[in-house]
Design a protein around this ligand. Structure first.
Ligand SMILES: [Zn+2]
Length: 273
C-alpha cells in the first residue's frame, strides 16, 4: 500500500481497456429528443453537459428535470430554503449556458436527500412528464452511482419508463462512481489492501462492462466549464468558511477533473416493454 504512483498507470490501463470496447455515439443521435433527469442541480452538467451542448447545437429538443431541490448541500452553513432558491436560479443559469431555455427546465422539488422515501409519488410525476414529451432518449445517473438521491433517480425513472410503455433509449451517466481508484484516491487510505483490491476490481469491471458508449465533447469543454461555473454554490465558497466544501475540494480536485475529459461516457440500453 501507499504506492500512489500506481494510480497513473492504473488510469492509463483502464482508459486503454475502456477505449478498446467503446462505441462512439452516432452523429444522427445528436438530433434525437431528450429528457435529462438530474438528482441535484449540477449533475446534469457534470454527467452530460457536453452531450447536451452538442445535442442543442444539432437542433435537438432537450429538457432537463431536476429531481430534488439541492437544499441541504451546505445545511450546516445556510438555511435550506435560502439554498433551495439559490440552487434553482443556478440551475436555470447553467441550463441556459448548455443551450436549454428556462421553459424547458422542470423542477420536481423533492427535498434534497429524501427521494428514496418518495419514489412512488415521484414515479407518477415522471410518467406524466415522459408521456407529455415522448423523448427518444433518456439520461439518468448510473444505477450503482452510490449516493441515495442518484440511485433513487435511476430507480424512479426506469420504473416510470416501464409504466409509460415508451420505447426510449436509456443513457446512464456516472457521477460519484468516478470517485474511486484509480480516478481518485477515495477509500484508498482507509481500506485494507485486500478489500481495496476487491472493490477496485469490481468497479473496474463495471466500468468496462457497462460504459461502452462515448460522446466526444473535446470541442465544447470550455462551454461545459462555463455552465458548471453557474452552479456557484458548488464551485466556490458562498460564505468565507473552509467548511463550505466545493466540488473542487472532493478528492483534492481529481474528482472534478473526471468530468473534463474529452469524452462523456454512458451505459446505454433499451428497455423492452
Ligand atoms: Zn448529485
Amino acid at each position: 500500500m501507499g504506492n500512489l504512483s500506481l494510480k497513473i498507470p492504473g488510469r492509463w490501463l483502464y482508459k486503454a481497456l475502456m477505449d478498446s470496447s467503446m462505441i462512439q455515439y452516432e452523429k444522427y443521435n445528436l438530433e434525437r429528443s431528450t429528457l435529462v433527469f438530474s438528482p441535484h442541480p449540477d449533475d446534469e452538467t457534470l454527467g452530460c453537459g457536453g452531450t447536451i451542448i452538442r445535442k442543442k447545437q444539432a437542433g435537438a429538443d432537450v429538457k432537463i428535470v431536476f429531481m430534488t431541490d439541492g437544499s441541504t448541500s451546505h445545511s450546516h452553513l445556510m438555511p435550506a430554503n435560502k439554498l433551495k432558491a439559490i440552487r434553482a436560479s443556478e440551475a436555470l443559469a447553467a441550463a441556459q449556458k448548455l443551450g436549454v431555455e428556462a421553459s424547458d427546465v422542470i423542477f420536481l422539488e423533492v427535498k434534497d436527500g429524501t427521494l428514496a422515501n418518495h419514489q412512488d409519488a415521484a414515479s407518477k410525476r415522471v410518467v406524466e412528464i415522459i408521456l407529455k414529451y415522448l423523448p427518444e432518449e433518456i439520461f439518468i445517473p448510473y444505477y450503482q452511482d452510490g449516493i441515495s438521491d442518484h440511485n433513487a433517480t435511476n430507480t424512479v425513472v426506469v420504473s416510470a419508463l416501464k409504466q409509460s410503455g415508451l420505447n426510449a433509449t436509456v443513457y446512464e451517466y456516472p457521477i460519484w462512481f468516478w470517485n474511486q481508484w484509480p480516478w481518485t484516491d477515495c477509500g484508498r487510505e482507509s481500506q485494507k489492501l485486500l478489500p481495496f483490491l476487491q472493490d477496485s476490481l469490481r468497479s473496474g469491471l463495471r466500468f468496462l462492462n457497462d460504459f461502452r458508449c462515448s460522446v466526444y465533447i473535446g470541442d465544447v469543454l470550455e462551454l461545459k466549464r462555463t455552465a458548471l461555473e453557474q452552479h456557484k454554490s458548488q464551485m466556490v465558497r458562498l460564505i468565507n468558511n473552509s467548511r463550505w466544501l466545493t466540488l473542487g475540494d472532493v478528492s483534492k480536485g481529481e474528482f472534478l477533473k473526471c468530468f473534463f475529459q474529452e469524452t462523456e461516457i454512458f451505459y446505454r440500453y433499451k428497455i423492452e416493454v
